[in-house]
Design a protein around this ligand. Structure first.
Ligand code: KIV
Length: 275
């Protein structure tokens, strides 16, 4: 059964945890659907993992549409969330609605995600009023990396924690159906998860959240530029891939690949005539 806004909300009500992974392409989406992952996030982290930028600020609407549409084609029953890239919603509520609409129309995704709390309340409300489900994202919001002075844990002081709690209430009131909590202390995330009726999806926010999200290259050990404390390697695919690439290189150079079974045949008489 396709995961919908309603079924995801019911998961929170029943105390069932929600799994979300970032996904940027068709074949990975098919594998994640086969694994019954609840939500696929076409994150603007594709700027780091797929495009090699040092942050997400250069990611464009076209990048998100290109990857989002590919993920949707392979997503099966997974609910697909498409990230709104930097400056696609911040300038105005109008921009937010138009660009959220483009993301849904041109990818076939099921919802959009945007970063910020109180500051984007009106934007969230207008997108939801236009019929597009919204996932909010508060705490450490990577599009504000320059304002934060780096990728740092947020909400440690009483004032900062109270601000994040208020952001959580604000995005819920604005109509978001779920909220990502990134890099906030575990006890604060647990408190927010208790207070909200919508599901919280944590990344670096501890086990008290209603769900968890990881970047797929991080959880598979495929991305070593920067490995945050909250990442767990569920498999070491990076090393497996390097070994496979080495084996390919060695077999090509030794002439042991391809073997006969990998080759197409032609009648000897046909070939003879070409000599
Ligand atoms: O873009 C992304 O991958 C994200 C996750 C870190 C939640 O927003």
């Amino acid at each position: 059964m396709k995961k919908t806004v309603t079924s995801l909300l019911q998961m929170k009500q029943k105390g069932e945890k929600i799994s979300m992974l970032t996904c940027y392409d068709y074949s990975t989406a098919k594998l994640m659907d086969a694994a019954d992952i609840d939500m696929l996030l076409v994150g603007d982290s594709l700027g780091n993992t797929m495009l090699g930028y040092s942050d997400t600020l250069a990611v464009t609407m076209e990048d998100m549409i290109h990857h989002g549409a590919a993920v949707v084609r392979g997503a099966g029953n997974c609910h697909v969330v498409i990230d709104m890239p930097f400056m696609s919603y911040q300038p105005s509520v109008y921009d937010a609605v138009v660009n959220a609409g483009r993301l849904i129309k041109e990818t076939g995704g099921n919802s959009v995600k945007l970063e910020g709390g109180a500051a984007v309340k009106e934007h969230i409300k207008a997108i939801v009023d236009a019929g597009i489900p919204v996932v909010a994202h508060i705490g450490m919001t990577p599009q504000s990396v320059n304002a934060f002075g780096g990728f740092k844990v947020q909400g440690k002081s009483e004032e900062a924690a109270a601000k994040i709690l208020q952001d959580a209430y604000d995005v819920q009131e604005a109509g978001a159906f779920a909220v990502v909590l990134e890099c906030v202390p575990a006890k604060l995330a647990a408190l927010i998860s208790e207070k909200l009726t919508i599901p919280t999806i944590g990344i670096g926010a501890g086990e008290g959240c209603d769900g968890q999200v990881l970047v797929f290259q991080d959880m598979l050990g495929m991305f070593s530029d920067y490995v945050p404390k909250f990442v767990k390697h569920f498999a070491d695919c990076g090393q497996i891939m390097i070994q496979a690439f080495k084996d390919f290189d060695a077999e090509v150079k030794a002439g042991s690949f391809p073997e006969e079974k990998h080759c197409f045949k032609i009648d000897d008489e046909v070939i003879k005539k070409l000599y």
